[in-house]
Design a protein around this ligand. Structure first.
Ligand SMILES: [Zn+2]
Ligand SMILES: [Zn+2]
Length: 262
């Protein structure tokens, strides 16, 4: 028998059954429908997909989980010389310092950032730790304005920033303390999204969308402020990179930080 005919006959057989079921439902209006457990929306909002360097990005409806290897997608004198992304460098780096390479090399990492999907101002603010405080669009971590314990100034370390303004620490974790040039000049713009800090609030480049340069005086002590951005048209608190200290974050997280694991 022809398949179509078979299908039609099968449907014809089912029709009365469907009708009966529909009627029986109509005739029992007192039945209370079984409430279904509301499932949280695990869709990853589009803005997080701008983190192109992540190996995976997922949501549980409360936290966004971003897995990274933490290695830059741009060239660096800190890649081992056999690596295709190795490039020699001499010249001036951030702040006009003459580049002075530190003894460390870039090592691939496993870093998993879990950040709140609906960031809120924290009642009690917490200081940012040394090490990772957020993640850039290319998967490289952000570090704060300090070089070591007890708020040691970065000053001595700045000369070791490469031509993209990043450098690796002792265990090979490459990171940015200041404006990531590969993002502001190649992958995004001076006013574009740069990434997120652990409290879930976004980080923007050193300019506003109208082209004005952001200075510390237009930011609060946590190094951010609130207004609408392309990514958050309803307005959001956000951090900005600035040319002078504290560069990215001031007196700690504005919100409550999520967690980092490896
Ligand atoms: Zn550093
Ligand atoms: Zn702004």
């Amino acid at each position: 028998m022809h398949l179509l005919t078979k299908t039609l006959r099968y449907l014809a057989f089912l029709m009365p059954l469907v009708f009966v079921m529909a009627c029986s439902q109509d005739e029992t209006p007192t039945t209370t429908p079984t409430p279904t457990t509301p499932t949280s929306d695990t869709t990853v909002p589009a803005v997080y997909n701008k983190i192109y360097g992540a190996t995976s990005i997922t949501s549980d409806g409360t936290f966004i989980t971003i897995k990274t290897k933490g290695v830059p997608d741009h060239k660096s004198p800190y890649y081992p010389s056999g690596n295709s992304l190795y490039i020699a460098y001499t010249g001036q780096t951030f702040g006009g310092y003459n580049f002075a390479k530190n003894p460390n090399s870039i090592v691939e990492q496993s870093a998993i950032y879990k950040i709140p999907i609906n960031p809120k101002a924290a009642t009690t603010k917490s200081a940012t730790p040394l090490g990772r405080i957020g993640v850039a669009l290319n998967g490289v971590p952000f570090f704060n304005q300090y070089a070591g314990p007890n708020n040691q100034e970065l000053t001595g370390e700045i000369a070791s920033f490469d031509q993209f303004y990043g450098h690796p620490q002792q265990s090979g974790v490459y990171h940015y303390h200041v404006e990531p040039l590969h993002l502001t000049q190649v992958k995004s713009t001076k006013s574009g999204l740069m990434g997120f800090l652990m409290d879930g609030f976004p980080v923007y480049g050193p300019q506003e969308e109208n082209g004005t340069t952001v200075t510390n005086s237009s930011l609060d002590v946590y190094h951010g402020h609130t207004h609408a951005t392309v990514d958050f048209p309803a307005g959001i608190y956000h951090y900005h990179f600035t040319a002078v200290a504290p560069y990215l974050n001031g007196n700690g997280y504005y919100g409550t930080p999520g967690t980092i694991s490896q």
